[in-house]
Ligand binder design. Structure first.
Ligand code: IPM
Ligand code: MN
Length: 355
């Protein structure tokens, strides 16, 4: 019996989460699993009503679950940063979800904006450090609002934090067992302290993984290669900020935000699974948004819980739907409503389809 905390969140979050849970329910039945879900109303609406993002004790309560399933955070009436810092980043930090795992995989039948690239060319995974870097909120203002204003935002890199991320990436690359190549994406030519630490740690930890080929690319070049030769990549490991940026690029080469999912992982604790696309408020409540990213997040959740067959069943069903049904992955252009896409995935779960 798995206990899953569900945070539908803002905008289109609730709609896509509904479809994800529909698929979770259906695959659980087929695989003989049992999942109990508990819903939490955290997000913009609650914040506007109560003035608080997370009530006291919420984080500790979430710790008691096997997984957290998150829709989206971001509300047009709430100032930028409040929900992001108060909910998403707070959970990532306090639950020590120090890995953000983001697969970039082009599924069959999906339009790719890259010329002459197909599903065989775009299949890699980004391991983004998720607890440090430019995201810690360290820094501040002096002389704020004056002509002499100084704003400092510090990039925090600890040897411990970097090393555990690198070690996860090497192990993940080994488990994935494809090209067995791990690319460090950094900026060692400019960030001569912060990324010097990454570079040294990468090579030192890498000695423990002689079966994994070490590769390096600056972040700007990484962006170029992701467009020009995405087939070169197997696993990319990178800092929090660069990981944020390159995974939006990754999402668009795999077909867009409608399909991109991510996992915030604490390998020793509770992990959180989400579509990475945001709350898309302009589509909220219309049944136009693509739920596949949220459904792929369910697949990642099952994989992380050790339910490999269930995870694969969901991913294959998604692939069958992209290959055979959807006209487009974009909101409003799928040829089906949000709910109908969820139903199509459920139908494709049984029997285990061949793609
Ligand atoms: C993401 C998002 C978040 C991030 C925002 C909403 C804080 O862009 O999950 O990639 O920057 O990590
Ligand atoms: Mn992002």
């Amino acid at each position: 019996m798995y206990k899953v905390a569900v945070i539908p969140g803002d905008g289109t979050g609730p709609e896509v989460v509904e479809e994800g849970l529909k698929v979770l329910g259906a695959v659980s039945e087929l695989e003989g699993l049992s999942c109990e879900t508990v819903r939490y109303d955290f997000g913009g609406e609650r914040y506007l009503r109560t003035g608080e993002v997370l009530p006291d004790g919420a984080v500790d309560e979430l710790r008691t679950f096997d997984a957290i399933y998150l829709g989206a955070v971001g509300h047009p009436e709430v100032a930028p940063g409040i929900l992001e810092k108060g909910l998403l980043l707070r959970l990532r930090f306090e639950l020590e979800q120090y890995i953000n795992l983001r697969p970039v995989r082009l599924y069959p039948g999906v339009d790719c904006p890259l010329k002459d690239k197909g599903p065989g060319d775009i299949d890699f995974v980004v391991v983004r450090e998720n607890n440090e870097g430019l995201y810690t909120g360290s820094g501040g203002f002096t002389y704020k609002g004056t002509a002499n204003e100084v704003a400092i935002q510090e990039m925090v890199n600890t040897r411990r934090g970097v090393e555990r991320c690198l070690r996860y990436a090497f192990q993940y690359c080994r488990r994935r067992n494809r090209k067995k190549k791990l690319t460090l994406c950094a900026k060692t030519n400019v960030l001569t302290y912060a990324h010097d630490l990454w570079w040294r740690a990468f090579n030192e930890v890498g000695e423990e993984y002689p079966d994994i080929t070490r590769d390096y690319a600056h972040v700007d070049a990484t962006c170029m290669w992701m467009v020009k030769n995405p087939e070169w990549f197997d696993v990319i490991v990178t800092c929090n900020m660069f990981g944020d940026i390159i995974t939006d690029l990754g999402a668009i080469i795999q077909g867009g935000m409608g399909i991109a999912a991510g996992a915030n992982i604490n390998p020793e604790g509770v992990s959180m699974f989400e579509p990475i696309g945001g709350s898309a408020p302009k589509y909220a409540g219309q049944g136009k948004i693509n739920p596949l990213a949220a459904i792929c997040a369910v697949s990642m959740m099952l994989e992380n819980l050790g339910e490999h067959q269930a995870a694969e069943r969901v991913e294959k069903a998604v692939m069958w739907v992209t290959a055979n049904k959807l006209e487009s992955l974009s909101a409003g252009r799928m040829g089906y409503s949000t709910q109908e896409v969820g139903d199509l995935v459920v139908e494709a779960l049984e029997p285990l389809p061949d793609v």
